[in-house]
Design a binder for this molecule. Structure first.
Ligand code: ATP
Ligand code: MG
Length: 233
């Protein structure tokens, strides 16, 4: 059994549209534990739609997704369990910041898991450390006043604090300068190595992902166009 099994997944957007848009087209894919996947493709190829399915945010038009042996069902209570396993950092990290301080923002998820306060604090510190944010310097700052790169780091730390089995990042380098881009890619690589978790890194850029991913999946028109080892491309 693979960690994630995607079987004949199709997603058609139709709500509010005068036509139907097939965003995911009969996609089949297995993802294993501890893989580092670079998911790339042109704009509109279906990357964001696909990863929202992995997180149970969308309902398939047809097909199914099985995570850790359990079928993802948007309408059922297994969504909370799913979100503990699959952490998704959105393309626009602003959507994930809602508390007044960085510490509270990152602690938000773990606090809802019935963990004791010491464990919550431990997770906040360790996930801030993983993205290069020093706890004492940043804990009381407002996440809304940060630069784009720092906002993204806080959003990643918030997801890591849930200690997921899979970390999915949608375009984490968008809008960053080359130095910021290299820093965040380096942090993602070290998160993968230290925490031994599956990473799915979504990007427009083959250059970004070829350096660090162990498996490259190229999407085109809602299908898997290429699935290979970067060293073989
Ligand atoms: P990008 O690289 O620009 O982020 P993407 O690969 O993430 O693109 P998606 O956002 O998944 O692609 O979009 C896939 C297709 O579905 C596109 O044609 C897009 O226009 C369409 N689409 C995405 N979201 C919606 C929506 N909410 N309603 C209707 N169509 C949508
Ligand atoms: Mg996208």
């Amino acid at each position: 059994m693979s960690l994630i099994e995607i079987k004949n997944l199709t997603h058609i957007y139709s709500e509010g549209l005068p036509f139907e848009k097939i965003a995911i087209d009969n996609l089949n894919l297995n993802i294993e534990e501890n893989e580092f996947i670079g998911l790339i493709g042109h704009t509109g190829s279906g990357k964001s739609t696909f990863i929202q399915h992995l997180n149970g945010l969308l309902k398939p038009s047809s097909g199914e997704i099985i995570v850790d042996g359990t079928k993802v069902d948007k309408s059922s209570s297994n969504l909370t369990e799913l979100r503990k396993k699959i952490g998704l950092v959105f393309q626009y990290p602003e959507y994930q910041l809602f508390e007044e301080t960085i510490e509270r923002d990152i602690a938000f998820g773990p606090k809802n898991l019935d963990l004791d306060e010491d464990e919550v604090l431990k997770r906040v510190k360790s996930s801030m450390d993983s993205v290069g944010l020093q706890y004492e310097t940043y804990k009381d700052k407002s996440p809304f006043e940060l630069s784009g790169g720092l906002k993204r780091r806080v959003a990643i730390a918030g997801v890591l604090a849930m200690e997921p089995k899979v970390l999915i990042l949608d375009e984490p380098t968008a809008g960053l300068d080359p130095r910021g881009r290299d820093e965040i890619l380096g942090e993602i690589k070290s998160i993968h190595e230290k925490r031994k978790i599956t990473v799915i890194l979504v990007s427009h850029s083959m250059e970004d992902v070829a350096k660090i991913a162990e498996r490259i999946i190229v999407m085109d028109k809602g299908k898997v166009f290429l699935d290979s080892n970067p060293r073989e491309i």
